[in-house]
Design a protein around this ligand. Structure first.
Ligand SMILES: CC(C)(COP(=O)(O)OP(=O)(O)OC[C@H]1O[C@@H](n2cnc3c(N)ncnc32)[C@H](O)[C@@H]1OP(=O)(O)O)[C@@H](O)C(=O)NCCC(=O)NCCS
Length: 141
């Protein structure tokens, strides 16, 4: 397993994985999003490469707000359903945490839908503590 930064050539595979995360999209859509994201030094998408294919990704960025010091925040995490339970999710989380640590950040927040039952157990296992439950509201623009 190699964990590396995503490249535009990964767009098609990332679209497939996004579908597994519950966000169906095309390779073209991902390529457009990724090219904006790759220009931003405070964002990264890390992928787990197994053989010649992508087994998963994690999306992490620096979040800056007035009321707290900058912190890392995970945007999305998914491992290919055929390759789960072999440590890839934990490896991606460790790589994202290292990325945040290298930038001097002291904490990485992960917001997880309560419905994503498996992920909560994984976060506990890698040493995260549960902080709070929240509701998410969408404000149509
Ligand atoms: C959560 C996810 C990324 C974990 O990836 P993974 O590569 O299987 O993770 P690891 O192999 O490092 O760790 C697996 C551990 O996570 C927990 N876990 C993962 N899925 C689980 C499930 N469905 N039920 C119970 N525990 C689960 C268990 O502790 C498991 O340990 P085990 O393999 O010994 O049973 C993967 O299941 C996934 O992509 N799920 C769908 C998307 C998702 O929920 N993403 C998180 C968004 S917040």
């Amino acid at each position: 397993v190699v964990i590396r930064s995503a490249a535009l050539a990964d767009a098609e595979a990332l679209a497939g994985l996004s579908g597994q995360l519950g966000y169906p999209c095309t390779g073209e859509q991902v390529a457009a999003r990724l090219s904006a994201l790759l220009d931003d030094a405070e964002r990264t998408v890390l992928v787990a490469e197994v053989g010649r294919g992508l087994a998963g990704f994690i999306d992490v960025h620096v979040q800056r707000v007035v009321e707290a010091d900058p912190y890392a925040e995970v945007g999305g995490l998914v491992v290919d359903e055929r390759l789960r339970h072999s440590g890839l999710g934990a490896a991606l989380l460790a790589a994202a945490a290292a990325w945040g640590r290298e930038r001097g950040l002291g904490v990485m927040w992960i917001r997880a839908n309560l419905a994503r039952r498996g992920s909560h157990e994984l976060y506990r296992r890698v040493g995260c503590s549960r902080v709070k439950d929240q509701r998410v509201y969408g404000y149509t623009l």
